[in-house]
Design a protein around this ligand. Structure first.
Ligand SMILES: [Zn+2]
Ligand SMILES: [Zn+2]
Length: 155
């Protein structure tokens, strides 16, 4: 299996069996974590339409497309780590860290809130959290299967 068939959300699954059916609108997310993953892959794959369609309708703004496109162009995403997923009937939160490359490796550590409307989950908003220390022995966030210290943590 070529690595470029793997889903960008670092699930270890092939894209076509992971986030692709969501991006194509064939299925909707079973839960907020799946939606969160698919939104991360949409960032990596520059799928602005999907990012807007999974945003809560009340949260959409006229300049969403421009802002998202700019974020996508400026950001070099490296990987995703889901920390915690808490879900109730119609509300959920997902804490995650999305890693990206600037002069050095940076983290977007966020707790995102989701709401289920008419059987479909939507992203509502998020709260930024401080960056955390990445353990040198943990599996690298990029999904390489190597330890962090032998992969993106090598310097
Ligand atoms: Zn995926
Ligand atoms: Zn890595």
């Amino acid at each position: 299996m070529k690595s470029d068939t793997l889903c960008p959300c670092i699930s270890g699954l092939e894209y076509k069996n992971c986030c692709a059916p969501l991006h194509k609108g064939e299925i909707t997310a079973h839960n907020a974590e799946q939606l969160m993953r698919s939104r991360y892959s949409a960032f990596v794959l520059e799928n602005v339409d999907y990012l807007i369609s999974t945003l809560h309708p009340d949260k959409r703004k006229p300049d969403d497309e421009i802002v998202l496109k700019q974020t996508i162009t400026e950001t070099d995403w490296l990987g995703l780590q889901i920390i915690k997923h808490r879900s109730q009937q119609t509300t959920a939160s997902v804490e995650f860290i999305a890693f990206y490359q600037e002069a050095k490796i940076e983290q977007l550590h966020e707790q995102s809130n989701f709401i289920k409307l008419d059987k479909q989950w939507f992203y509502v908003d998020g709260k930024f959290l401080p960056a955390t220390k990445v353990s040198r022995n943990q599996a690298c966030f990029c999904g390489s299967g190597n330890k962090f210290k032998h992969c993106h943590g090598r310097n």
